[in-house]
Design a protein around this ligand. Structure first.
Ligand code: NDP
Length: 305
């Protein structure tokens, strides 16, 4: 059994930043994660992170991971499969069968892609349906694709896909795209992108792979022949560890956190996309901010213990 003062779960920007601050505070900590950078690694272009005019998600993740490494943070690549509260400590059980006994937890596990919940969606995953434009765009060179959604993820996916695909339909349920104005301006100027407003996807069709979708645009049903569909309709927290720790959440399953990133359970802190903090503005910079505050809160608590 590994014993630690702090166990940080999740190695996205929030968890990595918590680890940087934890290391600088010399907290006896361990960082658990299986994908350094988390969802950030699916961003092809990040243009709003201070100090980086333009950088890919993978490169920014690599920089953060290298900083953590340089601070000799104890890091384990694994998933957490269970957390059990025992007396004043938490027993964290990992997918590699290791167990950690920790006095404090920072939960920074982010969110997972939301699905449409339509028939054939799971069946055609990898056969025309994707949740990551950065990962899969290259399969659609000179093909016709659709992007579902009208916020930053969908907007950036449409722009990225337009670099390779012949045609990009962006299907959005309202009449005006939202998110960063800079991306929206680029979409409007891009001849390959056709935004279909006031439209909802009703059916996904195909034999062995995705072949077409039925959309309802302003009450009229239309069939679109497409080769690929990118579902970019946001993300939501995975409840598994939230439920194991019995944390209070809002109606969207986001963990209710106080300004010091503490949660409804003593000695459990949360940071990043998984929380209600930062005015629910889920950005890399806000995840980093919450990670740093969580580490500081643990440091101050340990000093009082
Ligand atoms: P968001 O929650 O911001 O947007 C989800 C989009 O999908 C909305 O347009 C929403 O519609 C639509 N949607 C949700 N559910 C459905 C459904 N069932 N059917 C059809 N459409 C649906 O998620 P994002 O992933 O875009 O962004 C998450 C966070 O990450 C945001 O804070 C965003 O700013 C940030 N981000 C920033 C980037 C940047 O470059 N700055 C890049 C990527 C993400 P509606 O608008 O009607 O709610």
């Amino acid at each position: 059994m590994i014993k630690k003062d702090l166990c940080i779960i999740g190695s996205g920007p929030a968890g990595l930043t918590a680890a940087v601050y934890g290391a600088r505070y010399k907290i006896d900590q361990v960082l658990i994660g299986n994908l350094d950078g988390g969802l950030m690694t699916t961003s092809h272009k990040i243009c709003n992170y201070p100090g980086e005019t333009e950088i890919s998600g993978i490169d920014l993740a690599l920089k953060m991971e290298q900083q953590v490494k340089s601070l000799e943070v104890d890091k384990i690549t694994a998933n957490v499969i269970d957390i059990i509260k025992s007396n004043d400590n938490f027993k964290v059980i990992l997918s590699n069968s290791k167990e950690i006994e920790a006095k404090n937890i920072i939960l920074a596990t982010g969110t997972v892609h939301r699905h449409l919940g339509l028939e054939n969606e799971e069946r055609f995953l990898g056969k025309g349906i994707s949740y990551c434009a950065t990962c899969d765009a290259m399969f659609y060179r000179d093909k016709i694709v659709a992007v579902i959604g009208g916020s930053d993820s969908a907007n950036t996916a449409a722009l990225y896909l337009a670099n390779v695909a012949k045609k990009v339909y962006q299907i959005y349920r309202k009449d005006k795209l939202r998110g960063e104005t800079a991306w929206i301006d680029q979409i409007k100027k891009n001849d390959k992108i056709e935004v279909i407003y006031n439209a909802e996807i009703k059916k996904i069709e195909g034999a062995e792979k995705l072949e077409s979708i039925i959309i309802n645009e302003n009450g009229v049903e239309k069939n679109l022949q497409i080769d690929g569909m990118f579902v970019e309709i946001g993300s939501q927290p995975d409840r598994t560890l939230i439920d194991k720790l019995n944390l209070e959440t809002d109606s969207g399953s986001y963990i209710i956190t106080k300004p010091d990133q503490s949660t409804s359970v003593d000695s459990v802190y949360a940071a990043g996309d998984i929380t209600t903090n930062s005015d629910s503005f889920r950005q890399i910079i806000t995840a980093c901010s919450e990670g740093s505050i969580a580490a500081k809160s643990v440091f101050e608590k340990l000093q009082k213990d």
